[in-house]
Design a protein around this ligand. Structure first.
Ligand SMILES: [Zn+2]
Ligand SMILES: [Zn+2]
Ligand SMILES: [Zn+2]
Length: 251
C-alpha cells in the first residue's frame, strides 16, 4: 500500500490569506512549505482511492476513471469543496463513501451529478478492491469517521482526522487491530485548555502513546502549529513525524 499526502493543512491552509506569521511568510517564499486541504491518496496494485476531497483541483489531478472511489471523513467544506466542481463531470458514477450525515454540505446530496454517495455505518467493514476498510467514529463538531484500512496481505493504515482525542470504542479497536501506521490530526501547538474540535500537540502525542502505531504522521496542520515548530524546542514521540504535502510513504 502506498500513501501520498496530497494535502496536510487544516481549514485556511498554509500560508493563510493575509497572515504575516513566520510560517506563512516562509511558505510564500518556499512552496515546499505550503499546505493544502488535508487529504491522502491510497494506492495498491488494484485500487486508487482518495481520502477526502478538499483539494480544489481534484478534477485536474485525477482524470475520469483514475480513481476507484472517494472516501470522506466528514462534510466540512475543507474536506469536500473539490466535489462541487467534480460533480458536473460526464461518464461513469464515482462512488463517494461517507458518514451518515443527514445534511451533507450545501446542495451536494440534492445535485450530486456523477457522485454516488454511499453512507457507511461505524465499525461495519466495507471493501474497495483489495482493501478492507472499517469506519471509526471520531470526536468532531460534525459526524466524522476515521478509517482503518487493511490490504489482503495485512498492511494496515489508520487515517484519523478531524478529531479531538478519540472515542473509547475507536481507541479500543486500534489497540487490538495489530501493527499499523497512522495519520493523525495535530492542528494546534500545546494549548493551556484543550481545544474543542481538533487535537493539539499534547493530545496527538497522548493518542500515539496509547494506540502505539508503528509510525505516525501528523497532519491537518495549521499555520499556528508550523509557527510554533519554528520557535520551540519540542519533543516528538519517537514513532512520529510531521507530514508534508506531496510526501509519499510505502507501507
Ligand atoms: Zn478539517
Ligand atoms: Zn500564519
Ligand atoms: Zn472538520
Amino acid at each position: 500500500m502506498q500513501i501520498t499526502f496530497t494535502g496536510t493543512a487544516g481549514a485556511g491552509g498554509v500560508p493563510r490569506y493575509g497572515c504575516e506569521c513566520a510560517a506563512c511568510v516562509r511558505a510564500r517564499q518556499q512552496p515546499e512549505y505550503q499546505r493544502r486541504p488535508c487529504s491522502a491518496l491510497v494506492e495498491t496494485d488494484q485500487v486508487r482511492l482518495l481520502l477526502d476531497a478538499g483539494l480544489m483541483d481534484i478534477h485536474d489531478r485525477f482524470p475520469a476513471g483514475s480513481l476507484n472511489a472517494i472516501v470522506l471523513t466528514h462534510f466540512h467544506a475543507d474536506h469536500v469543496q473539490g466535489l462541487f466542481h467534480l460533480r458536473w463531470g460526464k461518464g461513469a458514477q464515482l462512488p463517494v463513501f461517507c458518514p451518515p450525515d443527514p445534511e451533507g454540505c450545501a446542495d451536494l446530496y440534492k445535485n450530486s451529478g456523477i457522485l454516488d454517495f454511499r453512507q457507511l455505518e461505524a465499525f461495519r467493514p466495507f471493501e474497495i478492491g483489495d482493501l478492507k476498510i472499517v469506519p471509526l467514529p471520531l470526536n468532531h463538531s460534525k459526524i466524522t469517521y476515521g478509517y482503518a484500512i487493511e490490504t489482503v496481505s495485512g498492511q494496515r493504515f489508520a487515517y484519523l482526522t478531524d478529531t479531538v482525542g478519540l472515542p473509547e470504542s475507536t481507541e479500543q479497536f486500534l489497540k487490538s487491530w495489530g501493527a499499523f501506521s497512522l495519520a493523525l490530526d495535530c492542528s494546534y501547538s500545546p494549548q493551556a485548555t484543550p481545544p474543542v474540535n481538533h487535537n493539539d500537540f499534547n493530545l496527538a502525542m497522548d493518542i500515539i502513546t496509547s494506540v502505539a502505531p508503528r509510525h505516525a504522521w501528523l497532519t491537518h496542520l495549521s499555520h499556528q502549529v508550523d509557527c510554533w515548530r519554528l520557535e520551540t524546542d519540542y519533543q516528538l514521540v519517537t514513532s512520529a513525524t510531521w507530514a508534508a504535502d506531496g510526501m509519499i510513504v510505502r507501507l
